[in-house]
Design a protein around this ligand. Structure first.
Ligand code: SF4
Length: 171
């Protein structure tokens, strides 16, 4: 027992090391995104996040966009509390039957022009939850999708790249 305790205290942590931050790439990406938003909208881009039934893995990556490292507000991207203030709906997860109506109502409440970005593999086709009795399917089965960001979950930089691609495609 004492030996096991000693070994567990001496063993290195089993967690993976954090990826090296690429601050320059992030700054360039964020600056381009902010510029594209101002050119297209004349102001900041407002994003409403909708969890349509995800495992919350995708939410962790989306939340990271607001942490001290990514801090996307400095580039002019804002997460808003109401779809009535949003330009983009960032939707995660397979759409569950319980969330279907909420997603439809959120989409209807978002003013035009609006875009829907489906984030994560589940948002494409249900991912590992496909076929479940509780799941309708991917986001496009409920509302029109303009862009899909793949990954399980996609890292914050992929989400930023997706938003940039979206804005550049509509400029
Ligand atoms: S794509 Fe992966 S992380 Fe995102 S909701 Fe699905 S299982 Fe979770």
């Amino acid at each position: 027992m004492r030996k096991t305790l000693f070994e567990s205290l001496m063993r290195a942590p089993l967690t993976e090391p954090a990826p090296a931050p690429d601050a320059q790439m992030l700054a360039e990406l964020g600056a381009q995104l902010g510029k594209s938003a101002r050119r297209r909208l004349g102001r900041s881009l407002s994003i409403r996040e909708v969890d349509a039934g995800s495992c919350n893995g995708c939410e962790l990556e989306i939340h990271a966009l607001n942490n001290a490292f990514y801090d996307v507000e400095r580039f002019g991207l804002r997460f808003v509390a109401s779809p009535r203030h949003a330009d983009v709906l960032l939707v995660t997860g397979p759409v569950t039957r319980n969330m279907r109506e909420a997603l439809e109502r959120t989409y209807a409440a978002t003013p035009d022009p609006k875009w829907v970005v489906a984030v994560g593999d589940c948002a494409l086709n249900g991912g590992c939850f496909a076929g479940s009795y509780a799941v309708v399917g991917g986001v496009s089965q409920v509302v029109p999708v303009d862009l899909h960001v793949p990954g399980c979950p996609p890292p914050p930089t992929d989400i930023l790249k997706g938003l940039l691609a979206l804005l550049q495609s509509v400029n």
